[in-house]
Design a protein around this ligand. Structure first.
Ligand code: IVH
Length: 673
């Protein structure tokens, strides 16, 4: 039967399209579609080729790994091809992967899998001869790559000479060069200041940095490396499992990912996936999924390869955090302090596991910086629990007719003038608590978990209560009655009773919570705590002048001025009075004179921590009374050591300073929190 013309045409179209995207992504480092969209096109082609195998050609993108390299670097032939991985996007596909393996091995006993994070970086091959780095290359099209030895030699986490002894005559280390999230942000900030090229994401930044002709430029880029396997090995037998090979690499000083783990069967793999999905946000680098590899090399050999990927491994991808869509319109939302935030209304897209139809544009400066217009095709990002944001514009897709985004002159809610303070990115509604939007946000904040924690007082109810004029300020919450609440939408008698009880319960609070709940600009949880501990009661804080306030740790002139201005306003004093009268109370902080648990101790933090940034770690320590310093001296009480610690660790060891690893540090925090 002749093949339908449309199918031939469709396949050709997909191949051309994928070819173009491959070129944009691998060669130009400037993708014009999201990874998810690319995966979809690729899958469509794979499916059609599966259905019509007679149409597979040797130059189909499904038969190749990437693109021919650019001409500027010397070509390098990979003795063992650097192949790719098949993808799985669901639990079912992982179960099917395990089943295929068992069927093929004709063996139903449990399979051990080495699970590893899938680093979102650039694959490289590094050859060591008798322990010395002699050549490094990119993957290129999998068969031929580019010689980037000089650039790779600038990466500090890659050794020029392996540690230990008895190295193979030839050892090809394979892994991923990547840029940490923090390194990427810092580099882009610098580039922006200098008017240089901004990278879309850490992976493109890593790729661009590795392809610099001038290795002095590469050397300034914050690149790192994790090994995930080996290629050519001559003159010595390595261990017989993926996991033990990586252990051996680690012993020779090759950096491997500490998150990797051996598990039993698909069930173990899925557990690892879920754990990494939870951890993802807090990891200092980007991953786009996890990789499962049959741990035994013997079984790997029995399983072999199909076309571009091994049968013994699969990449289980996370839901895409980036997608492309179009901006249909832009509206301005008014926040608690009157800030006007531009929000893009989007053609709905599925990203990060949910459908997104609104994304923040942050402020007018960001709109100008990214050059966003209504009608543009944009990349939308939703990382973890973070609010979706318009991340970048795909200028190539800009239609002829677009509309510039203008800041309104009047508040969209209360029509007061919009003001922009010089030097501040935010534009604000000048209506203050006259503005219903600001009132709503202030009350939502007052009731939020870290403030007075009123369970059941959701955003929608606050909005209704303000709209029907039942409440004007947080103090009015304490006079709400069950019949009033029971009349609200989505409320019944029972939930109204529960809510009144929750409001009553919130009356017993603490001074730091109360201070935070007031919603004073610049006063977050930490500042509220510091204020409460320093002054011990509210009256003293309300009476303090700017100078006295600045005596509190971490309070500078800006915060002090906001505090004074807030307590100076008659309206605010009145609300505080009403709240107290309604029965909101807290115990004064008793100043026992006892020092905080870590007072008098000095900490230094080095390397990358997994659970938090170094700044956050410092804040935790300071809140316990410790001093945090940037250099190790004989006076240092403890050095906290994260991954890739450098000279500070050596110095601390020399001075005999006590050393805490991340686990020990977290235990210490737990003890005092
Ligand atoms: S193993 C034959 N392990 O993903 C198996 N790859 O789609 C070769 N990648 O080109 C790859 N993390 O750049 C492997 N833990 C990991 C990985 C990983 C990231 C990248 C690598 C590869 C691509 C495959």
């Amino acid at each position: 039967m002749p093949l339908p013309k449309e199918i031939i045409h469709k396949i050709e179209k997909l191949r051309t399209e994928i070819g173009e995207h491959n070129y944009n992504y691998h060669i130009l480092d400037t993708p014009t579609i999201s990874d998810a969209e690319f995966d979809r096109l690729f899958r469509q082609l794979q499916d059609l080729e599966k259905q019509y195998p007679e149409l597979i050609t040797s130059d189909s993108p499904t038969q190749r790994v990437g693109m021919k390299p650019v001409y500027v670097f010397k070509e390098v032939k990979h003795e063992i091809p650097m192949l790719s991985l098949d993808n799985a996007f669901s639990d079912e596909e992982v179960l099917a992967f395990e089943k295929r393996i068992k069927d093929r091995l004709k063996n139903d006993s449990p399979i051990e899998f080495a699970c590893e994070p899938k680093m979102d970086g650039v694959a490289v091959s590094i050859i060591y001869e008798n322990g010395a780095l002699v050549r490094a290359a990119t993957r290129g099209d999998g068969y031929t790559g580019e010689d980037i030895t000089l650039n790779v030699r600038t990466i500090r986490s890659i050794l020029w000479n392996l540690h230990g002894k008895k190295h193979p005559k030839t050892l090809e280390v394979r892994g991923e060069v990547y840029m940490s999230k923090a390194g990427f942000t810092a580099m882009n900030d610098r580039a922006r200041e200098r008017g240089e090229k901004i990278f879309v994401n850490p992976r493109n930044a890593a790729a661009g940095s590795l392809r610099q002709l001038d290795s002095a430029i590469t050397a300034q880029r914050p690149l790192q490396f994790f090994c995930y396997g080996v290629g050519v090995v001559e003159g010595q037998q390595l261990p017989d499992k993926q996991s033990t090979i990586l252990q051996q690499m680690h012993e020779w000083g090759v950096r491997t990912n500490p998150e990797s783990k051996v598990v039993q069967g698909a069930a173990g793999c899925l557990k690892f996936y879920n754990k990494m999905a939870e951890k993802r946000e807090h990891l200092p680098y980007e991953i786009d999924g996890v990789v499962y590899k049959v741990d035994s090399l013997e079984l790997q050999q029995q399983l072999g390869f199909v076309a571009r990927a091994p049968r013994w491994a699969i990449a289980h991808k996370f839901p895409a955090q980036e997608e492309t869509t179009q901006i249909e319109s832009v509206e301005f939302q008014v926040g608690r302090t009157g800030t006007l935030t531009p929000v893009a209304r989007l053609k709905p897209v599925f990203v990060g596991g949910v459908t997104v139809s609104n994304a923040t544009l942050h402020n007018m400066d960001e709109i100008a910086r990214k050059d966003v217009r209504v009608g543009d095709t944009v990349i939308v990002r939703r990382a973890g629990d973070v609010i979706p944001e318009v991340f970048a514009v795909i200028l190539e897709k800009r239609p002829a007719q677009t509309k510039a985004i203008k800041l309104p002159t009047h508040c969209p809610v209360c029509h007061s003038d919009v003001v922009r303070v010089e030097g501040e990115a935010a534009a604000r509604c000048s209506g203050g608590l006259f503005c219903a939007a600001q009132r709503k946000e202030a009350i939502k904040h007052f009731a939020s978990r870290k403030a007075l924690d009123i369970t059941g007082l959701g955003d929608k109810i606050v909005e209704q209560l303000v709209d029907c004029d039942f409440i004007k300020s947080a103090a009015d919450l304490y006079h709400l009655t069950v019949p009033q609440l029971a009349d609200m939408e989505r409320m019944g008698e029972k939930s109204a009773e529960n809510l009144v009880a929750a409001i009553a319960k919130s009356k017993a609070t603490t001074l730091p919570r109360f201070l935070y709940a007031l919603g004073i600009r610049e006063v977050g949880e930490a500042t509220a705590l510091a204020l409460a501990q320093h002054f011990t009661n509210l009256e003293k804080i309300m009476q303090a002048g700017e100078e006295e306030l600045q005596a509190v740790q971490d309070i500078g002139p800006v915060v002090a001025a906001q505090l004074v201005a807030f307590f100076h306003q008659e309206h605010n004093r009145e609300v505080i009075q009403k709240l107290k009268k309604a029965g909101v109370h807290w115990p004064d902080i008793v100043s026992t004179g006892a020092a905080k648990p870590l007072a008098g101790q000095t900490f230094v933090i080095t390397g990358t921590l997994d659970a938090m940034s170094r700044d956050e770690a410092a804040q935790h320590l300071q809140s316990l009374g410790a001093k945090v310093s940037s250099s190790v001296s004989p006076k240092t009480s403890y050095l906290i050591v994260g991954a890739d610690a450098g000279s500070k660790l050596a110095k601390a060891e020399k001075l005999g300073v006590k050393i805490l690893d991340e686990f020990g540090f977290l235990k210490l925090l737990e003890k005092y929190k």
